[in-house]
Design a protein around this ligand. Structure first.
Ligand SMILES: Cc1cc2nc3c(=O)[nH]c(=O)nc-3n(C[C@H](O)[C@H](O)[C@H](O)COP(=O)(O)O)c2cc1C
Length: 502
């Protein structure tokens, strides 16, 4: 079986399709020849290995330049990473790798992405339209290995954003060569079954111009900076990650006890413990940027100057979006004090807007009389989106010591108990603002997710459920896919705001 894709197995959809063809294979080879400079140190190698190990495969690195092609036959699954298609093709030809790859496709699963997919096709000629400079080996004959008649254009949307003539060049190529090119986005692919089957990102959503492969974003403060969950599964199964709230300087957070369970949820008063923005940019972002998911930086501060200085430090980084946390109920200064009046929300949002080059999402507090007024103020001040809700202030008391269980006395309530409140608030807000809403608060199942979309959310965040079930994202996504299929829904955005109120 052959799977051609844009950027590796960077979506829930591709992982579940690939899984079907892994069969009894135990070992995979990741072919890194397409990157002649970095080889096994290539930027994508770590996440590709993680994706293959998620499929239950022990993965070894392979290079046509240094190993005999026949050695590949011991692997049930072979993945060719992207990079330089001219160089890769040249190397495969030089080392007689074509026949070996053909046999793997017949007996096992052969995955090629980007350059690794192009070389399996009849020709790599399409790449001449886009990146002819890659041909430093001076390859004259553009004939590929001919394992398929399909031709793909990988990274399609990304290319379009970089070069407005992307589509025109592709059409010209199609006309001149009397062929059809399959435009693929990252996370998409085509399985060469009897009839080629295209795997699209049917759950993709767009918020403030940022494309998410699916609507599930890990909620801030419940996913750290991703590393711990990254041990369990490829983070590219998520649409995005909203990182723990970061501030201009490191913060130790509140003294313990900081969390306690409640019926249907939990209380927390972590108090924005974080390593500070410089540490985030230097230590966490480089790792996060390799995971194949969108990065939302959740920003907090004591004063407007702190927020502005922090977002400025993010301007020239690979962060996809900033989420302004003006709703943290667990800190003495800053946080929710900016988020409880329309004037406060307008003031901080417009101030930050002046300093923030990234798409800006404002995270709203439920601890207000009318959250939709806050959303309107954020919109008027230039926010590109709003996310709601943050935690609802609550408390528990130890009846023997008569002390509040949380050292901060009060804490933020999160988890399933919050869902009805969050749904109501998203629904009310959706009737007021035009900017997209990212809905969160108590989502634990795919049914909750559907409700949140129907209430008016374009994308979703999930938080507390991850503590009891780290694999909740996969279950929610699987449920959403089945629901879409059952209901004949082509795109998840059809559900957004689809509620039929009495
Ligand atoms: C332990 C913990 C830490 C949190 N830290 C942050 C934070 O740093 N910034 C923020 O905006 N929200 C933070 N939140 C709030 C969550 O992002 C989310 O808004 C809230 O938990 C409701 O969603 P859930 O019920 O799915 O958890 C935190 C929540 C928890 C439980």
């Amino acid at each position: 079986m052959i799977l051609l894709c844009s950027n590796g197995l960077t979506s829930h959809e591709l992982l579940r399709e690939a899984q079907k063809y892994v069969g009894h294979a135990q070992k995979a080879a990741l072919v890194v020849t397409a990157d002649p400079q970095y080889k096994e140190k290539n930027y994508h190698v770590e996440r590709c290995c993680k994706q293959l190990s998620y499929l239950g495969l022990e993965t070894e690195i392979f290079d046509f330049d240094t190993q005999p092609a026949e050695a590949l036959l011991q692997y049930g699954v072979v993945e060719l990473i992207g990079g330089n298609p001219y160089y890769l093709l040249h190397s495969i030809r030089q080392h007689n790798g074509g026949d070996v790859l053909r046999r793997i496709a017949e007996q096992g699963l052969l995955i090629g992405w980007s350059a690794g997919a192009l070389v399996l096709e009849q020709t790599i000629g399409l790449i001449d339209r886009y990146l002819p400079d890659l041909n430093f080996v001076g390859l004259q004959d553009r004939a590929g290995l001919g394992l398929t008649d399909i031709q793909i254009l990988p990274h399609y949307s990304k290319l379009q954003k970089q070069d407005a003539s992307t589509e025109e060049k592709c059409r010209q190529y199609e006309t001149e060569n009397h062929c059809a090119v399959l435009r693929l986005d990252d996370g998409e692919g085509v399985l060469l079954e009897k009839e080629p089957r295209v795997i699209r990102l049917s759950m993709k959503v767009q918020v403030a111009g940022v494309d998410f492969a699916n609507p599930l974003i890990a909620a801030s403060g419940t996913f750290g900076f991703g590393r711990e969950y990254g041990e369990l599964y490829p983070l590219s199964v998520l649409g995005g990650i909203s990182c723990k709230g970061i501030t201009i300087k490191e913060r130790p957070g509140n003294p313990p006890p900081r969390v306690t369970e409640t019926p249907g949820g939990m209380l927390n008063a972590v108090g924005l413990q974080n390593p500070g923005v410089d540490h985030f940019v230097q230590e966490d972002l480089p790792w996060l940027s390799k995971q194949g998911t969108r990065i939302v930086a959740n920003v907090a501060g004591n004063a407007p100057e702190d927020y502005c200085a922090t977002v400025e430090k993010l301007n020239d980084t690979c962060v996809d979006m900033v989420e302004l946390n003006i709703s943290c109920p667990n800190v003495k200064q800053g946080g929710v004090q900016f988020g409880t009046t329309p004037e406060g929300v307008f003031g901080i949002t417009s101030e930050v807007r002046k300093h923030c080059k990234k798409p800006l999402m404002v995270k709203l507090s439920p601890n207000v009389t009318d959250i939709s007024e806050m959303a309107l103020a954020a919109e008027a001040a230039g926010a590109d989106a709003v996310s709601l809700i943050n935690t609802l202030t609550g408390m528990r008391i130890d009846i023997r010591t008569r002390r509040p269980i949380i050292h901060n006395n009060t804490g933020g309530l999160s988890g399933p108990a919050l869902l009805p409140v969050a749904l109501r608030m998203v629904w009310q807000t959706a009737q007021k603002v035009k900017i997209p809403i990212v809905g969160l608060g108590g989502i634990s199942t795919w049914q909750d997710a559907v409700e949140m979309l129907l209430a008016g959310a374009t994308a979703l965040q999930i938080g507390t459920v991850l503590f009891t079930d780290p694999y909740a994202p996969q279950k929610i996504l699987e449920g959403l896919l089945k629901f879409m299929h059952e209901q004949g829904i082509q795109s998840l955005s059809e559900l957004t705001g689809g509620i039929r109120p009495w």
